[in-house]
Design a protein. Structure first.
Length: 643
């Protein structure tokens, strides 16, 4: 019995030892490399190296409109942010050893330094217009999300995080002497976005903003698709910025870079650099804008105190040479001025009028109406209608000339364009019908976005019968072919739509989506509208006579009392009626939208353009918008765009 017990005991011991040996073998041989890496990692840290965002330049590359400027971020260790006891204890023991103090004395010094750290952080954040509490809360929340589903610490818990971003070199130099007396504080290299030309082309250049959780959810790599380091290099972190508007948003993937990193080994003294991978900086983006033309056109509208827009396109390439929206705002002061800018409901300075405001286009629609009429086969350039100042009676469907209690008389299509006769267009609209006419405005892009890729772009509106059936109960504005034929009623478009329509006419029916950047941007839309040359010739002649015939609606602003342009052009005036602007039920602005659009020069058009001035109470497209277009075209000649 005794011997049997001994044997059982020995067998159990052997079994237990076998299990231990097998387990040790598994840990050392099979899993040894894994645990060795874990041990090495615990003695290493990763320091991310910031990437520089690409610059935004004009078409020549001479003028920089947006660039990253080297800055420093004031960072705090996550363990200090969360008040981790082990972290504090290690610092207290270090102070005690270094200064020969008791643990109690060292603890008091640590508390003083910790309080000083928070004071410096709060003061620095306040002076730079940042909210420390919000930033710290965001960092803690992000790390909490990273820890979800894990029973171990993540690297972010042993890292420093920016709590005040974008310190200037002067501010960083001021802080450096204080760092030794703080706890867990450091300065890390970073960048901030600056806009050397401030308000110039501000709506085109756009803005960056702090990354939101929604951005991270949409763009960051899932944990199962990439390792930790790859995600740290490419993911959007809480302290990052992302393009919010304009080209900054449109070309985010090009402008944004990829972080580098430095792998450090802990030790006595300065940590040893085990590996360094440099950051991949973002690439530059060139706008198609001619910055000198952009500046001239902007100052021209501002000088007259107007709100409105001006667009100039290269006819052959469809590139945007000027995309002006007035009023403007200083990109460098956007954060400081945001409350004033966002609450200005009268001038609306944050709106990009050239691509995001839909206006009634008025008589700039008439060239398209004439093309639709000819394409239908129901009218030709020689078809005549009689204008007595109104269509059927003086109370409705009047011609603009009826304010003088006269009509245009009997005229053909070319003469109707020259005189901008509403009655002629009413007849064409009646003959072709709403659906057919709307289809032609859509051919010219009025029913969709222009396609430049700018995030603010808004689709035009060219409603047909189906649209009216769907929206009739929601619209009190009348809509039929007669209103559409003169660019009134529900039909609306942006200045970029109108300028691009003029470019399509200048190309004799080849429609191109406009281009705003030389790198990136959406795929190009190209379509041939198949317009017969004789149809286009009638429109060209009518638009030529608008400016160059002594009875044309735009003859005076180009030929009387002014220095004539050194070339001839084609144009179309427009004076569109619109509802007054109301704020809190009170009318704050009223008047018409004054237009002038066209292309130049005569023999081989180089540029197409559109100018709109808002809420003109006295005047018209000829008196208000045409003189602006004249000086913009003069600048095009001076700058060599038109020879």
């Amino acid at each position: 019995m005794y011997k049997r017990r001994i044997k059982v005991f020995v067998a159990l011991v052997i079994a237990m030892m076998t299990v231990v040996v097998l387990r040790l073998g598994y840990l050392q041989i099979v899993r040894g490399e894994h645990y060795r890496r874990q041990a090495e990692d615990s003695l290493q840290s990763i320091r991310l190296l910031p990437s520089r965002r690409g610059s935004i330049l004009d078409r020549t590359g001479r003028y920089v409109l947006a660039k990253d400027e080297a800055t420093q971020d004031f960072c705090l260790d996550y363990r200090f942010l969360t008040g981790e006891e082990n972290y504090a204890r290690r610092h207290i023991l270090r102070i005690a050893r270094a200064e020969g103090l008791t643990v109690e004395q060292a603890g008091r010094i640590y508390d003083q330094r910790a309080q000083a750290t928070w004071r410096v952080a709060e003061d620095t954040a306040r002076r730079h217009g940042q909210r420390l509490e919000d930033t710290v809360r965001s960092i803690r929340e992000r790390v909490r999300r990273l820890r979800e589903g894990r029973d171990f610490d993540v690297r972010e818990q042993r890292m420093s995080h920016p709590v005040v971003a974008g310190l200037t070199p002067e501010a960083a130099v001021e802080l450096m002497p204080q760092l030794e007396a703080l706890v867990g504080a450091s300065l890390e290299p970073s960048h901030r976005r600056v806009y050397p030309y401030g308000a110039l082309a501000c709506h085109v250049v756009g803005l960056t903003g702090r990354v939101w959780k929604e951005d991270q959810d949409a763009h960051n790599l899932p944990a199962d698709e990439a390792d930790w380091l790859t995600r740290k290099r490419t993911d959007y972190l809480n302290s990052d910025r992302i393009g919010r508007r304009g080209v900054e948003a449109m070309c985010e993937e090009i402008l944004r870079g990829r972080r580098g990193y430095r792998r450090l080994k802990a030790g006595v003294g300065d940590p040893e650099v085990l590996e360094e991978v440099p950051a991949e900086h973002g690439r530059d983006v060139h706008l198609t804008l001619d910055l000198q033309l952009q500046e001239f056109a902007t100052k021209l509208l501002e000088k007259h105190g107007y709100t409105g827009a001006a667009v100039v396109l290269d006819v052959e390439l469809g590139e945007v040479l000027a995309l002006v929206s007035v009023p403007t705002f200083d990109l460098n002061r956007y954060q400081e001025d945001y409350e004033l800018l966002s609450t200005n409901l009268i001038d609306l300075p944050l709106w990009h009028r050239a691509v995001a405001f839909r206006y009634p286009v008025g008589s700039t629609a008439k060239p398209i109406t004439m093309l639709a009429g000819q394409a239908s086969g129901k009218v030709t350039r020689h078809t005549t209608f009689h204008c007595q100042g109104y269509l059927h009676n003086p109370s409705s469907f009047k011609c603009w000339i009826w304010k003088y209690r006269v009509g245009h008389g009997t005229l053909n299509m070319v003469e109707a364009l020259k005189d901008s006769c509403n009655v002629y267009c009413y007849h064409v609209g009646n003959l072709v019908g709403l659906d057919y006419l709307a289809s032609w405005f859509r051919k010219f892009g009025y029913g969709e976005k222009c396609g430049s890729g700018l995030p603010d772009e808004r689709a035009g509106l060219a409603p047909d019968e189906a649209w009216l059936r769907e929206h009739r109960n929601r619209n009190e504005v009348p809509a039929d072919a007669r209103f559409m034929s003169i660019g009134q009623g529900i039909m609306e478009a942006t200045p970029l739509h109108v300028a691009n329509a003029m470019a399509t006419i200048a190309r004799r029916g080849k429609h191109l989506s406009p281009v705003a950047v030389l790198e990136g941007g959406p795929p190009r839309q190209v379509r041939d509208l198949g317009i017969p040359p004789e149809h286009m010739a009638a429109v060209w002649e009518g638009m030529f006579r608008v400016v160059n015939d002594s009875s044309g609606t735009a003859y005076k602003p180009f030929h009387q009392g002014v220095e004539p342009l050194p070339f001839q052009l084609y144009g179309k005036t427009g004076t569109a009626q619109c509802a007054p602007l109301r704020v809190d039920g009170r009318v704050v602005r009223s008047g018409d939208m004054a237009w002038f659009a066209g292309f130049a020069p005569r023999d081989k058009p180089k540029v197409a353009f559109a100018v709109v001035v808002e809420y003109v109470e006295e005047g018209s497209g000829a008196k208000t918008a045409a003189p602006l277009a004249r000086e913009i075209l003069r600048a095009c000649h001076r700058l060599g765009t038109i020879e």
